[in-house]
Ligand binder design. Structure first.
Ligand code: F6R
Length: 607
């Protein structure tokens, strides 16, 4: 998501360090840049949309003076990329500047409250409420630290924030909850950044802020307190031994691995959807005579998983269709009664945009789910939701799939509620389980990472893989297979398990690897039948199954266990994670670069 850098230094101009720091945060992806410095008790802010060099040149950022300042690279989540939406954001008096990474869930109610008190807002961001809230709290004369603490206690959602103010011009205030923030100290001063690489050329002595902590930085170092009660926290500096390149990947060997491990975090963000848009999309879905889900690649697999979820939870029939086939297949029937829900991480995929254009031309209603605010998809959709997974750099989509499924599931649940298709108890139960998904994914990663690495070693010379799942797990199997194909180039097939005896079973002979996705649920008995069929023909069975599923484990050569209690309808997210990791390790063992598979582009913007 957004990148943050702040510093207070003894010698030199802060702006030089800030722009260098932002340069090293560029790999996170961004659409706008902003810098603030404090000089002689006055705040100076320059910002704009565009690449770092363009904004630095266009806004003459290098001319900004002062030994204390901060900079921001923005990845839009609320409000399109534009100069006014770029950070820093100011309070009404112009004495407080703030940069933010994260999503403030309750910003609408806070904004209404502030508007009633006479505040005016210039941007469409969630962030702008924070400096205004600080301005309000300062009226009770409690100083910057006290005011910021009070405000932080009111925020719901995720944040890493850095605040500069003319009220206390020799200090930087920063805090975090669920978005990363690290503090660094050198002989020349004190730094904060969303990632170590930004400050690595100046210091390798760092202290990580933890959730719910705030730090007050000065030339003398830093003081950390807990947001909840203002109590002091002792945190010693630690030494970073990573190279700059390693630090960009936060110590992971590849972006793909980093992004797989990031999923608990991106999924928590995916639970913070904007209520009004969730409701709006739900209403449109409820109105349509037919609902077509369209996307390409991984995003299509999200649609396929969603078609099961819409059917089971909301009793809505949806038709998933690969976007490159959309016009041929439904182009002459789509019309005024059709809802077309298009899904695209980039929001720029050519085929998906073509399908959207066609549907709009025939008066269909187009809804979108994308990761990219300001993308073409957000401009051409009637209403859209942002999947909130942050920039994905690895070419193979990982957190994209899990976040999209998370968003689509929330839509299905909202629709089920609106249509009265589930009882309140059932809805509450799904809601409870949905919130547990990020934790489950965390557990899967923690518990199975080593076992999957060993599995990859065992199967590294395998010539052919077959991925099978039944029901919603068909989508999981297809996505697991796509990952393998993309980054290891090993031939593979994926099928609904029940379909395997209508053809794919013919390729089974001794030692062909069969990967079964088998959560507990309605499909369980059938999938056991399929495992037996394959095993009887000599296949080696790898299962992704529920913890303690002895029946499946007995039939399998290798099994990766997923925590108990996950409803089958919610299984694709935790069950796909071992498949992502397996492909990753197989690619590395083959000496391939999983971040840059041959012949593939992150965003396919051509026919
Ligand atoms: C798979 C992958 C691609 C994309 C596809 C659609 O790992 O990355 O298959 O999923 O190109 O891209 P978006 O979602 O940007 O439309």
């Amino acid at each position: 998501m957004c990148g943050i850098f702040g510093c207070i230094i003894r010698d030199g101009q802060a702006v030089k360090l800030i722009t260098d720091g932002l340069k090293r945060l560029e790999y996170r992806g961004y659409d706008s840049i902003g810098v603030a410095t404090l000089l002689d008790g006055e705040l100076h802010v320059r910002k704009d949309m565009g690449k770092l060099e363009e904004v630095v040149e266009g806004q003459r950022v290098n001319e900004m003076m002062g030994s204390i300042g901060m900079g921001h690279t923005r990845w839009a989540t609320h409000g399109a990329p534009s100069m006014v939406n770029a950070h820093p954001h100011m309070d009404g008096s112009g004495n407080i500047a703030l940069i933010h990474n994260g999503v403030i869930e309750n910003y609408m109610e806070l904004k209404e409250e502030l508007i009633e008190k006479g505040h005016t807002f210039v941007s469409r961001t969630d962030t702008e409420v924070i400096p205004h809230l600080i301005e309000e709290e300062l009226k009770s004369d409690i100083g910057m630290k006290g005011a910021i603490l009070r405000v932080l206690r009111r925020l719901k959602g995720s944040y890493a924030v850095v605040v500069l103010s003319t009220h206390e011009p020799n200090r930087i205030f920063c805090a975090r909850h669920e978005s990363p923030l690290v503090i660094g100290v050198s002989d020349n001063g004190t730094f904060c950044a969303s990632d170590v690489p930004a400050m690595l050329p100046y210091t390798n002595q760092v202290a990580y802020l933890r959730n719910g902590e705030m730090a007050v930085m000065s030339l003398d170092g830093y003081e950390i307190v807990k947001v909840i009660d203002g109590s002091a926290v002792e945190r010693d500096l630690e030494e970073i031994t990573w190279s700059l390149e390693m630090a960009e990947k936060q110590g992971y060997t590849h972006f793909m691995l980093k992004e797989i491990y990031e999923q608990p975090h991106s999924l928590r963000n995916g639970l913070r959807l904007q209520e009004q848009y969730l409701n709006l999309l739900t209403q449109f879905l409820d109105m349509g005579k037919e609902v077509l889900l369209t996307a390409a690649g991984t995003s299509y697999h999200s649609c396929l998983a969603a078609s099961y979820i819409f059917s089971k939870l909301s009793r809505l029939t949806t038709i998933p269709v690969v976007s490159s086939e959309f016009i041929e297949r439904y182009g002459s029937t789509v019309g005024i009664d059709s809802i077309v829900l298009a899904v695209s991480q980039s929001g720029e995929t050519y085929d998906t945009l073509k399908a959207i254009d066609h549907a709009r031309m025939r008066a269909g209603t187009v809804l979108g789910i994308t990761n990219t605010v300001g993308s073409t998809m957000t401009r051409v959709s009637r209403a859209y939701l942002i999947q909130q997974s942050g920039p994905e750099i690895g070419v193979a989509a990982t957190k994209t799939f899990t976040s999209q499924v998370m968003v689509l599931t929330q839509l299905a649940m909202r629709l089920a509620k609106q249509r009265g298709k589930l009882s309140q108890d059932e809805l509450d139960e799904y809601e409870k389980k949905l919130k547990l998904i990020p934790d489950w994914v965390e557990t899967v990663i923690e518990n199975s990472a080593e076992a999957i690495e060993a599995l990859a070693e065992k199967y590294q010379d395998e010539k052919l893989f077959l991925f099978l799942g039944r029901g919603i797990s068909t989508a999981t199997a297809l996505e697991g297979r796509l990952k393998l194909l993309e980054i290891t180039y090993v031939p593979s097939l994926a099928y609904p398990a029940g379909e395997s005896k209508h053809g794919p079973i013919s390729i089974i002979e001794d030692d062909v690897a069969c990967v079964f996705v088998c959560p507990r649920g309605e499909t369980h008995a059938h999938i056991i039948g399929s495992i037996m069929e394959m095993k009887a023909r000599g296949a080696r069975i790898i299962s992704i199954c529920e913890e303690g599923d002895e029946e499946v484990k007995r039939l399998s050569d290798d099994a990766i266990e997923i925590p108990k209690g996950i409803p089958e309808e919610l299984s694709p997210v935790p069950y796909v994670v071992p498949l992502q990791l397996l492909s990753y390790h197989l690619a590395v063992l083959k000496g391939l670069d999983p971040d840059m598979p041959r012949n593939l582009a992150k965003s396919v913007t051509v026919p």
